[in-house]
Design a protein around this ligand. Structure first.
Ligand SMILES: *Cc1c(COP(=O)(O)O)cnc(C)c1O
Length: 392
């Protein structure tokens, strides 16, 4: 189990991002945490070792990443996993057959899939609730409910959940609150401070930020949950390799800086898209038109680079995503390079069509992950792609 150093939490965010969890290497003084590419560690004698026995259980590069991620979320314990979904798998393994999970209705497609096609089969039950309304969350809790699982802002509809309000409901009813903080990142939103029990990340996205690895993490302040996560991480074994940990650790050093640019360009493009004749509707929590703008301002300190917009038809959406030259057509998000996607046929294809349409995830919806390129180039690229779409 990895505990952050007390001093790490006293530092301000950007300083923590660069330094937390990392000390110069003891043997050489190397300022960067080495990639400990090893599966095992030599023991001095039976039961005498340096705390490292086997690399599924612990690895020094992974330890450094886990301490760093914990410090960024303002938590005490961090656990790194082989992917965001491996982290979700560990979270759901906290539960037992018969337990009920109340989940947001607009989750990442793979999260919906692991719930309904893996854990349901093992005896967990799920209900998917519009968590924009805390009263609906309270109403949907049953005596079997053990966990509330939300994503805010949600993917791709950018719906928000009032974390402080839902945390209070969870606390009153003795239910765990798990928050997927992949979109906002701890730069803009810190769920543990608002009362969540567990924060989950796909580190594949903004935390790593360079689209060159796949990883996940969970962070908690609760010692009992940390003990269970440490057990599950080792017992189920979905651990990341040391090189991927090192890449993520390199990524978080620039997280604060990158997020500032994603946010500035995100705001600028959302504002511009809103007035474009081909665009029917823009979903971005930083627009005053967003129906939860007031909550966004209260709960988040920035809005980031994820924007969805509706161009009215599948044909127009196809034309837009196939016409951009800088925005690359690809799944995923959160990298320095801008991406464009079509949620209905890409990230959310595993969500049933009725469910998609019910939440506004139409075939005309396009999703952007705004990178850190020059925003004028990005706007011009979208402008020429949208004028292609205007011809149909
Ligand atoms: C990508 C993503 C996941 C899944 O993470 P992987 O690293 O792809 O397994 C979970 N939640 C959100 C919000 C994501 O964007």
């Amino acid at each position: 189990m990895t505990r952050v150093f007390d001093t790490d939490l006293a530092l301000r965010f950007a300083t923590r991002a660069v330094h937390a969890g990392q000390l110069p290497d003891e043997t050489s003084g190397a300022i960067m945490t080495p990639i400990y590419q090893t599966s095992t560690y030599v023991q001095e004698g039976l039961g005498r070792h340096k705390g490292f026995e086997y690399a599924r259980t612990r690895n020094p590069t992974r330890d450094a990443l886990e301490r760093n991620l914990a410090a960024l979320e303002g938590g005490l314990h961090g656990f790194a996993f082989a992917s965001g979904l491996a982290a979700t798998d560990a979270v759901l393994h906290l539960l037992s057959a018969g337990d009920h999970v109340l989940a947001g209705e607009n989750l990442y497609g793979g999260t919906h899939r692991i719930m309904t096609q893996v854990f349901q089969q093992l005896g967990l039950t799920f209900s998917f609730v519009d968590t924009r309304y805390p009263e609906k969350v309270a109403e949907a809790i049953t005596p079997a409910t053990k966990m509330i699982f939300v994503e805010t802002p949600s993917n791709p509809m950018m719906r928000l959940t009032d974390l402080a309000a839902v945390a209070e409901i969870a606390r009153d009813r003795n239910v765990l609150l798990v928050v997927d903080n992949t979109f906002a990142t701890p730069v803009f939103q810190r769920p543990l401070e608002l009362g969540a029990d567990v924060v989950l990340h796909s580190t594949t996205k903004y935390l790593n930020g360079h689209s060159d690895m796949v990883g996940g993490a969970v962070i908690t302040n609760r010692d009992d949950l940390a003990e269970r996560f440490a057990f599950l991480q080792n017992a189920a074994g979905a651990v990341p390799g040391p090189f991927d940990c090192w890449l993520a650790l390199r990524g978080t050093k620039t997280l604060a800086l990158r997020m500032q640019q994603h946010d500035a360009s995100g705001r600028c493009l959302a504002e511009w898209l809103k007035n474009h004749p081909v665009v029917k509707k823009v979903y971005y929590p930083g627009l005053p038109e967003h129906e939860q703008y007031e909550l966004a301002c209260r709960q988040m300190t920035g809005f980031g680079g994820m924007i969805s917009f509706d161009v009215g038809s599948a044909e127009r959406a196809r034309r837009v995503v196939e016409s951009t030259r800088i925005f690359a057509l690809a799944e995923s998000l959160g990298g320095v390079e801008s991406l464009i996607g079509h949620p209905a046929s890409m990230t959310h294809a595993s969500v049933p069509k009725e469910l998609r349409e019910a939440m506004g995830l139409t075939d005309g919806l396009v999703r952007l992950s705004v990178g850190i390129e020059d925003v004028d180039d990005l706007r011009e690229d979208l402008d020429q792609a949208l004028s292609q779409a205007a011809k149909i």
